[in-house]
Design a binder for this molecule. Structure first.
Ligand code: ZN
Length: 279
């Protein structure tokens, strides 16, 4: 296995949630990190035009915008609000030159037990936003989430399930619709190798890195730094690169009790070190 390419390391800004977008951009410059994925709350806080010019001025590749999605809702008004917000997310992604818009698709509407219905709403929601994404040249990356988050965050839980949606809505494999392979969500999947191969270059839009801690103390906010857990990270990188993915590997660590409590520069230093040593 070849060593990880330092030119292909990207920061997902959630990893240093304690920082503003401007501070994250400055941090990337200090640590010579070339790619960045931006969260919408921090983008809106800075202002889209100001952020777009700061990202450009620093020569950063914008590897993604987080996030669109959250499709299922209890009623038509809720679905319409989600759709309109998703169109805005596409426009924001286009404005900052993001390589894709990450979709966290949403779980069950409050009070609902209709999982099949929620999944159908997701399919319909993606179909409805796809034309605007095509016009804007912003590929949509469906991110399957670990099944423990099925109820509240995403009812698409495996790469196979995400790729079924891609095949239904974009059978020509135009590049407008694909998947984000986040090691935290897919490492356990016995079908992982086959589904990454099935995705191929056309559908592999993002590769997210962190680690799975044992024990994990929170379903969403206790991700580990690469090397601190049990995921075979080089093996998964070999799979995505073997399938044709040549893009960035992006460090995305939600860590309320640990990394979000540290000084951001020390997080960036450690992330670079562990990327080189463990990924
Ligand atoms: Zn992710």
């Amino acid at each position: 296995m070849n060593a990880p390419d330092p030119e292909l390391l990207a920061l997902n800004t959630i990893t240093i949630k304690q920082s503003t977008l401007q501070q994250a951009i400055d941090g990337c410059a200090r640590h010579d990190i070339r790619g960045i994925t931006v969260w919408r709350d921090r983008l809106q806080e800075m202002g889209v035009p100001a952020a777009a010019s700061a990202l450009r001025a620093n020569g950063l590749t914008v590897t993604g915008l987080c996030r669109g999605g959250m499709f299922p809702a209890a009623d038509a008004a809720g679905r319409k609000a989600a759709h309109e917000d998703n169109l805005r997310a596409i426009d924001e992604a286009q404005a900052i030159g993001a390589a894709c818009l990450i979709l966290v698709v949403g779980g069950l509407p409050p009070g609902s037990k209709d999982l099949a219905g929620a999944r159908e709403q997701v399919r319909e929601g993606i179909a409805a936003m796809l034309p605007h994404a095509r016009e804007a040249h912003v590929p949509l990356a469906i991110e399957p989430l670990h099944p423990m988050q099925c109820a509240d965050r995403a009812c698409i839980n495996t790469l196979g399930q995400a790729l079924d949606v891609c095949d239904a809505l974009d059978p020509q494999r135009t590049g407008a619709l694909g998947v984000a392979v986040d090691v935290y969500h897919v490492w356990w999947d016995p079908d992982l190798d086959a589904q990454i191969a099935r995705a191929g270059k056309d559908r592999l839009l993002a590769h997210h890195l962190c680690d799975w801690l044992v024990p994990t103390t929170d379903l969403a906010f206790d991700r580990g730094m690469m090397g601190d857990g049990i995921i075979d990270l080089p093996r998964i990188r070999a799979l995505v690169q073997g399938a044709g993915y040549a893009g960035f590997s992006e460090v995305e660590i939600f860590s309320a009790r640990d990394w979000w409590q540290r000084e951001a520069d020390s997080v960036l230093s450690m992330m670079k070190e562990r990327y080189a040593a463990c990924c």
